[in-house]
Design a binder for this molecule. Structure first.
Ligand SMILES: *Cc1c(COP(=O)(O)O)cnc(C)c1O
Length: 422
């Protein structure tokens, strides 16, 4: 970047102290606390720079070579590069990197390929499905008829027997998998086989772990013949807030028409540039090592939490996240757990567990994951320290003095691992 970012900060400090001071506060919060919300991460420094670059000034409705505006020769370069990188990483025939975020990206698939009122088969929300997989409060839940499959209560595996029965009875037009709070890798070929049997399209929403799929650390649904893979770009991929869709060549025209002009106007070209660069940085040996370390850290954290007699949903993790049943382990609800951990300097979120008897604002679980601390360079020894702090905070959840002591421990740990880009 040709402009010194420091000059923007000095400018902002003078012109808008309210926002500037909030920015300083947020930066301090990110520096001094441990971020364990599994959907959060630290964007690559290059991504932060591109988001604040002059690409934000540019309108570019359309696609490279077919724009409705002049002056697009440079934005065409970045979008073409980004599309090729996404195709390569996910071994797909087509890519669209314009979706403004994860929710519109999923809507773009549904609205183009599934007629209103038709049936979509997706996972029960309490077993890990996302809002956009047909929550009754979402518009998609009103436009389509969502039917559900679940996990096995025994071991948390997907109940493919029941899934096949529902699929044969309900004849869905689309089967959706990929989740926000499910700690296991998926056998995509089983979803695809059932879809073939009933004539449904398949969509894997790998929003949480797209970066780890791209890095080869988790299975790639496109290898199993999926029609669509959707992923956010800001979670595991450390890119800008946004979404991308890859698909089979036969769906290319439909997907592009659905994103623009079906659903969106001008793409955010600063975001498209940052996505292109994030995809470039994901396609490196360094990132592949990072992805494996995220999974190794999650395994270490899970194993250590279980040593502290904490019950984990499905009994562990294969990916980057885990769900602690704090109700069963400590007799507290997820909101109390989240608050105690917050006081200890650890950010997590309350989480419903499969068929949770408790309401969503006071559920039985707390969800945590390792993408963000791994981006700071933390490894297994730090995970063991963290597990001790987490167990102590949950056990002594109403002892303010003890939580303050734990917070100081967390802060000391954080001081050794700077936040990238801050
Ligand atoms: C995060 C997420 C989304 C939505 O992304 P937003 O950018 O928040 O709209 C969609 N699907 C899944 C599975 C997610 O985890």
């Amino acid at each position: 970047m040709s402009v010194n970012p420091q000059s923007y900060r000095d400018l902002l400090a003078k012109s808008d102290p309210t926002v500037f001071n909030a920015l300083l506060g947020e930066e301090q919060r990110q520096r001094e606390g441990i971020e364990l919300i599994p959907s959060e991460n630290y964007a690559f420094p290059e991504v932060l720079a591109l988001l604040g670059s002059s690409f934000t000034n540019k309108y570019a409705e359309g696609y490279p070579g077919r724009r409705y505006y002049g002056g697009t020769e440079f934005v065409d370069i970045i979008e073409n590069a980004g599309r090729e990188r996404a195709k390569k990483l996910f071994r797909a025939e087509h890519a669209n990197i314009q979706p403004l975020s994860g929710s519109p990206m999923n809507q773009a698939v549904y609205l183009q390929f599934i007629p209103p009122g038709e049936t979509i088969l997706a996972m029960d929300l309490s077993h890990g499905g996302h809002l956009t997989h047909g929550a009754p409060v979402s518009h998609m839940g009103k436009i389509y008829r969502f039917v559900r499959y679940k996990t096995n209560p025994k071991d948390g595996s997907i109940d493919f027997g029941a899934l096949r029965e529902v699929a044969k009875a309900e004849r869905p037009k689309l089967i959706v998998c990929g989740y926000s709070s499910y700690p296991r890798d998926l056998d995509y070929s089983q979803f695809q086989a059932i879809a073939n049997e009933v004539g449904a399209l398949t969509m894997a929403d790998v929003s949480h772990y797209g970066g780890f799929v791209a890095a080869g650390a988790l299975k790639n649904p496109m290898d199993a013949g999926f029609d669509f893979l959707t992923t956010t770009t800001h979670k595991s991929m450390r890119g800008p807030r946004g979404g991308l869709i890859v698909c089979k060549a036969e769906h290319a025209k439909g997907i592009d028409a659905s994103v623009f002009p079906g659903l969106q106007g001008g793409p955010h070209m600063n975001q498209v540039a940052a996505t292109a660069t994030a995809l470039h940085l994901v396609d490196t040996e360094e990132f592949r090592l990072y992805a494996r370390q995220v999974l190794a850290n999650a395994k270490a954290l899970a194993a250590e939490l279980m040593k502290h007699n904490i019950h984990l949903v499905t009994g562990g993790t294969d990916n980057h996240l885990m769900v602690l049943d704090v109700m069963q382990s400590f007799g507290i609800n997820g909101a109390q757990g989240e608050k105690a951990l917050d006081h200890a300097g650890i950010t997590t979120n309350k989480q419903v567990i499969p068929d949770d008897p408790h309401p969503p604002l006071r559920p039985s679980g707390v969800r945590m994951g390792t993408p963000a601390p791994t981006s700071r360079g933390m490894k297994e020894p730090e995970m063991r320290v963290l597990a001790g702090v987490i167990a102590a905070a949950l056990k002594q959840h109403d002892d303010a003095a003890h939580l303050a002591k734990l917070r100081a421990e967390t802060k000391a740990l954080c001081a050794r691992f700077p936040v990238p880009g801050l």
